[in-house]
Design a binder for this molecule. Structure first.
Ligand code: AMP
Length: 379
């Protein structure tokens, strides 16, 4: 019996555990909150990621470790990797944890990126503002997610406010200034690389964010083949350079037909949730297969799929369940503003049928705004 240890006990760990059950796997989750939602399906060790006693207990009970949460301290990941196989590797994790290291690697690999500069001081911010120009975004290098730890600078007059908001973090998590990309669309490649280097990508996904948080994903993205092939080639180059093992997502901006890399997420990703019902093999199943050195499953799509995120509170399930291709995922979390509490995936055999189903769901739930950009893309 193989036990997979997961650092972090959120919905990603929960869906990994659900996906691993048919493989006969057991799971153990390490999280600092006793009511983490993965704990409803897997035993837990409750403790901080830096708590030595918790790490000792966790390591002693697992065969292999992986992550639901990428901001596990690199030192803890390295400590664990000395005792058990850990995938993705602490090195890949460390690169993805730091926006500066990540963007530097993208650039080294000839993957286009927005302009960026490391910011160490107030004077450094002024110099970078002069070089990059406005609008731009000041971001924390580490520990930011879902648009948190970011300040949008519209004109140079916003520099004081940006520094007041984030300047204190220059010496702790570090800061990076990025040129603001007036993108036409946001895309992601969700891909998997096995222990033996085998690489597979799911079809390109288009994503819509509201207030920096993912709202909807559509797959396959409506995009020409050359663009999709370029996106996948970027992802592959990155995975090979990091000797990456497991599933990851590469988030991209598309502007004037050019792809600019925004972020590497070193884990199963929200923009890949549609793969549970919309692909031959889901991202969760393939992540486990990769981590365990098993053959990877086919990533081909089954028709067209749209994932809708539920933020704050779960809506009524009935309109989605009433759809032939409607699928419901309630993460078992208590409602809280801004919290990802669940998602739905609507799958259909054609783009037209998907648009119709989304229109019905949007009206029934009073969420026309959420589905509108997806329907517009499909029609
Ligand atoms: P991130 O945490 O970097 O993924 O940012 C969250 C969201 O903010 C992205 O999905 C974009 O919608 C937006 N965003 C982040 N960086 C930029 C940028 N350099 N230019 C334009 N929009 C951005």
């Amino acid at each position: 019996m193989t036990t997979v240890g997961i650092l972090g006990g959120g919905q990603l760990a929960r869906m990994l555990a659900l996906s691993g059950a048919p493989l006969g796997l057991r799971f153990l989750v390490l999280d600092n909150t006793a009511d983490a939602c993965a704990g409803q399906f897997a035993p837990m060790v409750v403790g901080d990621y830096t708590d030595q006693a918790a790490l000792d207990e966790f390591a002693s009970k697992i065969d292999v470790a992986t992550f639901d949460f990428e901001n596990v301290p690199a030192e803890s990941a390295r400590w664990l990797a000395e005792r058990r196989p850990v995938f993705p590797s602490p090195r890949a994790l460390a690169v993805a944890q730091d926006r500066l290291a990540e963007k530097t690697l993208f650039r080294e690999l000839d993957i286009p990126v927005p302009d960026f500069a490391a910011i160490d001081s107030r004077a450094g911010l002024d110099a970078a503002l002069a070089a990059i120009g406005t609008p731009c975004i000041l971001k924390t290098r580490r520990l930011g997610y879902d648009g948190k730890g970011q300040f949008r600078i519209k004109t140079a007059a916003d520099a004081d406010a940006a520094w007041a908001a984030l300047g204190a973090q220059a010496d702790t998590v570090g800061l990076i200034l990025e040129g603001f990309v007036r993108f036409e669309r946001e895309l992601s490649v969700v891909a998997v690389r096995g222990r033996d280097g085998e690489f597979r990508a799911w079809p390109l996904t288009e994503n819509w964010h509201v207030d920096g948080v993912l709202s909807a994903s559509l797959a396959p993205a409506v995009a020409d083949e050359a663009l999709a092939a370029t996106a996948v080639a970027h992802a592959r180059k990155l995975a090979d350079a990091l000797d990456y093992v497991g599933v990851f997502a590469l988030e991209l901006f598309c502007r004037g037909g050019v792809l600019l890399a925004n972020e590497l997420a070193p884990r199963v990703h929200n923009s890949g949730h549609w793969t549970i019902e919309g692909a031959e093999t889901s991202q969760f199943q393939n992540h486990l297969r990769a981590v365990l050195g098993l053959p990877l499953g086919d990533t081909r799509m089954l028709g067209h799929a749209c994932m809708l995120n539920w933020i704050g509170a779960m809506p009524d399930a009935a309109p989605v369940l009433a759809e032939a291709g409607g699928h419901w995922h309630d993460y078992g979390k208590s409602p809280r503003e801004g919290r990802k509490v669940g998602h739905a995936t609507v799958r259909a055999d054609s783009a037209h049928a998907l648009a119709q189903a989304l229109a019905r769901v949007g009206v029934a739930l009073g969420r026309q705004e959420q589905v509108a950009p997806v329907i517009a893309r499909l029609t």
